[in-house]
Design a protein around this ligand. Structure first.
Ligand SMILES: *Cc1c(COP(=O)(O)O)cnc(C)c1O
Length: 501
């Protein structure tokens, strides 16, 4: 197949399977050895611009062997990696890859299909239909979200895309009734804890920035969105002649993993015909365990639901699972039908064409990796894996609670919780109330920076209700109890060291 021509141009044949086997083994060995990730500082210690100083100014004219390239990966790339797979990684939310997902990703990369519609790779579409139904059943989603109940699931890249797509569908559905000229009247609701993805989506979808409501939450209600506050905000918007469009409720907020109460919220939204999207990016995973499913009670009155299998569901980035009750609302906003994509299967309307469920046309075969995760471990093990993370998180929480210098700022629902140096601890007994808050915030911030600079563990922060808090999220696949015991020592030692200065 023109291989002589390629050989001439590439030096190596671009698809020589023996050479691929040899080089592939080198890379697999390299990645398998990466399980010793504990030997690296968790947060990368490099300075901005470090890499430009180390790499040549231009691409090589002549080919280079894989061995040389791998050496450079070890020497120059690895130092600039923050090791999300480290068992001592507790920052943001986990990116908990496991080998089954990695192998699925390899298969998908191997086929390298572009499955925009059914005919372009029937297995890609049909497996995605099946695994989203499987997963929907594992979450005990109402049947109306599954293909078998005339809803359906799609694997998108990220939650940001899922929210944008559902908001756009909701917008167009309403504008078809009230006329496009009224777009300036539409209002979007969330809380001050809702992920910034909602604001970005509202911006891209052309929602008037004045009509974006981030309803205030408070410490006393554990930073959940209150149905009464939502009701009052909607009422006042309607009095002003505005049109309530969309609510994004969150199960497991990014800041502190708060859970918005779906049932009461949906009772409000139902009165006004508002589209409800449930963003469970991180905590959705936990709901495959029967004892956590109650967090989704009320979902039957929502319109769409998404969670990131690439966060705490062991599937390599990227893999956001989105289910909708009414796929045709998505399709009406997102479908295009140029002649070159026309085919008999699509015309028959018997197949799903996922290009009409998302922003992009081209799409990866993501279902394979999710299928491998589900099959290689089984629902029982996946549940136990999640439970073990929650148990480890509880252990750390107990350690924090045993030290009176700290406080846990909100109840822990899942494997993540937040803590800070306590303003009411004896450390600040000479300060007045304002000073206590300010100083405990400052000390918490200094403490986090010291912890991360140590390279021994990595955590991140949030600001909720004017408190600066350290977020501690368990979920890396290699983390065991001994790692959080170690992490707690690092926290204590660094606080001691701050106090001794
Ligand atoms: C992480 C997160 C997001 C953003 O997810 P992406 O997939 O990166 O877009 C949105 N919402 C919540 C609650 C999150 O935790």
């Amino acid at each position: 197949m023109g291989s002589l021509h390629f050989e001439h141009e590439f030096g190596n044949k671009p698809l020589d399977s023996e050479e691929f086997r040899r080089q592939g083994h080198l890379i697999i060995d390299f990645i398998a050895d990466y399980k010793n990730v504990e030997k690296y500082p968790v947060r990368s210690q490099v300075e901005p611009g470090y890499l430009r100083k180390r790499l040549p100014e231009s691409a090589p004219y002549n080919p280079e062997p894989i061995e040389t390239i791998l050496q450079d990966v070890e020497q120059h790339i690895v130092p600039g990696i923050t090791h999300w797979q480290s068992p001592n990684y507790f920052a943001y939310f986990p990116s908990s890859g496991i080998t089954a997902a990695f192998l699925g990703e390899m298969l998908s990369t191997g086929f390298n299909v572009v499955g925009f519609n059914w005919v372009s790779s029937p297995a890609a579409t049909e497996l995605e239909n099946i695994v989203t139904d499987w997963l929907g059943e594992m979450l005990n989603l109402p049947k109306s979200f599954l293909f078998s109940g005339n809803g359906g699931g799609v694997l998108q890249g990220t939650t940001c895309e899922a929210i944008l797509c559902t908001l756009t569908a909701a917008r167009d559905q309403t504008l078809r009734k009230i006329g496009r000229e009224n777009i300036g009247m539409l209002v979007v609701y969330g809380s001050d804890q809702t992920h910034s993805a909602l604001q970005k989506a509202a911006h891209i979808a052309g929602i008037n920035p004045k009509n974006f409501r981030a309803i205030k939450t408070s410490k006393s209600s554990a930073f959940c969105l209150s149905a009464e506050a939502l009701q009052a905000t909607i009422k006042s918007d309607i009095e002003d002649g505005l049109i309530p469009l969309f609510l994004c409720a969150t199960i497991g907020t990014t800041g502190i993993a708060a859970v918005d109460p779906l049932q009461p919220l949906c009772e409000v939204t139902r009165r006004y015909g508002i589209w409800v999207h449930i963003d469970a990016a991180y905590a959705g995973s936990a709901c495959i365990c029967p004892e956590f499913r109650h967090f989704l009670d009320g979902i039957e009155n929502a319109d769409s639901f998404s969670f990131n299998a690439h966060k705490w569901f062991f599937t390599n980035l990227d893999c956001c699972c989105l289910w909708v009750k009414n796929p045709s609302a998505l399709n009406q906003s997102l479908s295009t039908n140029p002649e070159y994509l026309r085919n008999k299967a699509s015309d028959s309307r018997k197949v799903v064409d996922y290009k009409d469920w998302q922003i992009t046309l081209s799409r990866r075969f993501r279902a394979l990796k999710l299928w491998l995760v589900l099959r290689s471990h089984g629902v029982g093990n996946l549940r136990n894996f999640l439970r073990s993370h929650m148990k480890i998180a509880k252990h750390f929480e107990d350690l924090v609670r045993s030290d009176k210098r700290f406080e846990v700022v909100a109840p822990r629902n899942f494997s993540m919780f937040c803590f800070k140096v306590s303003p009411s601890s004896a450390l600040f007994k000479h300060e007045n109330d304002d000073e206590k808050d300010e100083k405990s915030n400052e000390m918490t911030k200094t403490l986090l920076e010291k912890i991360n600079t140590s390279g021994k563990v990595c955590m991140s922060h949030a600001i909720v209700g004017e408190m600066y808090v350290i977020r501690f999220a368990v979920g890396a696949s290699l983390t065991e109890e001994k790692h959080v015991v170690g992490a707690w020592k690092v926290v204590q030692q660094n606080l001691d060291s701050i106090l001794s200065h």
